[in-house]
Design a protein around this ligand. Structure first.
Ligand code: PLP
Length: 456
C-alpha cells in the first residue's frame, strides 16, 4: 500500500484517517459495513432518476418477447417464454451454517437460483439478454420492419436476421455477461464481439466461439476488456456497445426480477412487511446485476426490504467506493490489492459510478469474504442440498451468518428498530447468481477444493 498515493486531491494516508475501514480492506481482512447514507425508501425515491414505471416498461418488453423465446429456445416453453428462476428453502444448509458459526440464523433461509436461469445460467441472463432484445426491438421499429401488434416470433424470420446482420454488438466481460450477450445476439443474427478479461474461464470462450461469436482475449482485468469494447464501438453507428459500467438498460433488465420475486413469495405464502422483514444478500462485481435487483426489490417491498452486497476481499470495489463516497474514483488497486479471485463473476476492481450513485440511499450495507469461504460453502451446499453453484454465487451465503453475529450488522438492526421478534419472522434470501452451465469436471474441481478446505 502506497500511503502517499494521491486520490482525488488527498493522500491515501489521509483517506485512511477519515475512513479507518480502508486499513482492513487493504490488509485483505473480511469486513462488514453498514451504509450511513441509507434513507427511508420514499426519501431515496424522491431523489432517484428511475421509477417503477421504468421497471414496468422493461417487464412489458420482456413479455412481448415471450412469444419469440418459446420459438427459439424451446426449454422456455414450460414457463410461457418468461426467463425466470426458482426460489427454494435450504434448511439443511441453514443448520450446517449455524453449527459452524455457533449461532442461530434468524428466520427462514431461502435461495434464489439465478444459477438456473435458462439460456445462460447466471444472473446476466436478466440484464444482458434484456439489453440485446431492446436493441433489436429499437432497430426493427426504426426500420419499419416491426409493426404494432406483430407477434414477436417474427424476430426469428429471415428479414429480421438479415437486418441485424448489418449490426454488431460489443461487450467487455469477466465471462457471464459475454455468455449472455453472445448467445442472444448470435441467435438474433447480430455480429457480436466479446472482449474477455483474463478471469474468463476457457469453457465460456469455447462455448461462445462454437456459436459464431468473436472472442477477444486480454491478459488484463475487467476494466481493460470493457475499455476495449467501448473503443471498438466508438464512432460506429452500426455497433451497439453494452456498457456494463454505465448502462441503465442493463440495470432495468435486472430490476424486473423483483416484480417476479414478489409473485413467487406470495405464491409460497411468504409475507414481507414490517413484522416480516426481507433480507437479501447479493454477490457484487461492477454492480449492475445486484444493483438492478436491489433497486427493484426496494421499489417493490420498500422499507421492509434490506439489501446487502457481497464481494471477495480481493475485489471489494463497491464497498470501497460507497464507504469513501468516492464511487468509481477509487479502485482496489489503489490500495495495493490485486483484484484476483476465484469468483470470476466478481473480479472487478472499480465499481460502476452510475450504480453507486443510484443505489447509495437504498442499500443497507456491504461485506467482503475470502475465496476459501466461498469454496467451503460451495461444497457444503452440494452436500446438504444437492445444489451446484459457481464460486461467485456463494458470496451471498455468508450474509445471514454475518447478520446473526457481526457487531456492525447488529448495530444496523438496532438503528433500523428491527426487534428480535421481527427478526425471527424474517426471510433471509441468498441470491445465487450462477453455476448451472459450468462443465461437470470443472464443478468437480471446485467441489474437491472446498472439501479439502473443510477437512483441513
Ligand atoms: C456478473 C456476476 C455477478 C455480479 O454482477 P455485476 O453486475 O458484475 O455486479 C455475480 N455473480 C455472477 C455469477 C456473475 O456472473
Amino acid at each position: 500500500m502506497d500511503l502517499n498515493l494521491q486520490i482525488c486531491g488527498r493522500t491515501l494516508a489521509e483517506w485512511i484517517v477519515q475512513f479507518p475501514i480502508l486499513e482492513d480492506i487493504g490488509a485483505l481482512k473480511e469486513v462488514t459495513w453498514a451504509n450511513p447514507a441509507k434513507k427511508p425508501t420514499a426519501t431515496a425515491l424522491a431523489g432517484c432518476p428511475l421509477t417503477m414505471a421504468d421497471i414496468q416498461d422493461a417487464s412489458d418488453r420482456l413479455e412481448r418477447f415471450a412469444d419469440y423465446f418459446q420459438t427459439v429456445f424451446p426449454e422456455t416453453q414450460a414457463y410461457g417464454g418468461i426467463l425466470e428462476s426458482p426460489v427454494q428453502a435450504i434448511p439443511a444448509m441453514k443448520k450446517l451454517l449455524e453449527e459452524e458459526a455457533g449461532t442461530a440464523i434468524p428466520g427462514n433461509l431461502l435461495v434464489k437460483l439465478d444459477s438456473h436461469l435458462p439460456i445462460s445460467g447466471s444472473i446476466k441472463a436478466r440484464g444482458g439478454i434484456y439489453e440485446v432484445l431492446k436493441t433489436a426491438e429499437d432497430i426493427a421499429l426504426e426500420h419499419g420492419l416491426l409493426r404494432k401488434g406483430d407477434p414477436y416470433r417474427v424476430f426469428d424470420t429471415p428479414p429480421f436476421h438479415e437486418l441485424f446482420s448489418k449490426y454488431s454488438i460489443a461487450v467487455g466481460s469477466t465471462g457471464n455477461l459475454g455468455l449472455s450477450i453472445g448467445i442472444m445476439s448470435a441467435k438474433l443474427g447480430f455480429q457480436v464481439t466479446v472482449h474477455m478479461s483474463a478471469d474468463a474461464r476457457q469453457w465460456k470462450k469455447d462455448l461462445l466461439r462454437s456459436k459464431g461469436v468473436t472472442v477477444m482475449e486480454y491478459p488484463s482485468d475487467y476494466s481493460v476488456a470493457v475499455a476495449q469494447g467501448r473503443k471498438e464501438a466508438e464512432g460506429n453507428p452500426y455497433c451497439h456497445f453494452v456498457d456494463d459500467e454505465n448502462s441503465q438498460t442493463l440495470f432495468l433488465g435486472y430490476s424486473v426480477a423483483a416484480l417476479r420475486l414478489k409473485k413467487q413469495l406470495e405464491e409460497a405464502g411468504v409475507a414481507v412487511d414490517k413484522e416480516h422483514p426481507l433480507f437479501v444478500y447479493l454477490p457484487c462485481g461492477v454492480g449492475g446485476g445486484p444493483g438492478g435487483v436491489a433497486f427493484g426489490i426496494k421499489l417493490v417491498f420498500g422499507d421492509a426490504a434490506h439489501c446487502f452486497f457481497a464481494e471477495p476481499t480481493h475485489s471489494c470495489c463497491m464497498l470501497l467506493g460507497l464507504a469513501t463516497g468516492l464511487n468509481s474514483e477509487i479502485c482496489v488497486q489503489d490500495l495495493g490489492i490485486d483484484n484476483k479471485t476465484i469468483a470470476d463473476g466478481l473480479a472487478v476492481g472499480r465499481a460502476s459510478s452510475f450504480v453507486g450513485r443510484v443505489l447509495s440511499p437504498f442499500l443497507s450495507g456491504c461485506y467482503s469474504l475470502e475465496d476459501q469461504r466461498m469454496y467451503r460453502m460451495l461444497a457444503q451446499l452440494t452436500d446438504t442440498q444437492g445444489l451446484r453453484l459457481e464460486p461467485s454465487a456463494l458470496a451471498g451465503m455468508y450474509g445471514p451468518v454475518l447478520l446473526a453475529k457481526s457487531p456492525v450488522f447488529s448495530g444496523y438492526l438496532a438503528q433500523n428498530s428491527i426487534a428480535p421478534a421481527q427478526l425471527s419472522q424474517s426471510t433471509q434470501l441468498v441470491w445465487a447468481t450462477g453455476g448451472s452451465m459450468v462443465p461437470p469436471d470443472e464443478m468437480d474441481r471446485y467441489y474437491a477444493k472446498g472439501k479439502a478446505l473443510i477437512e483441513a
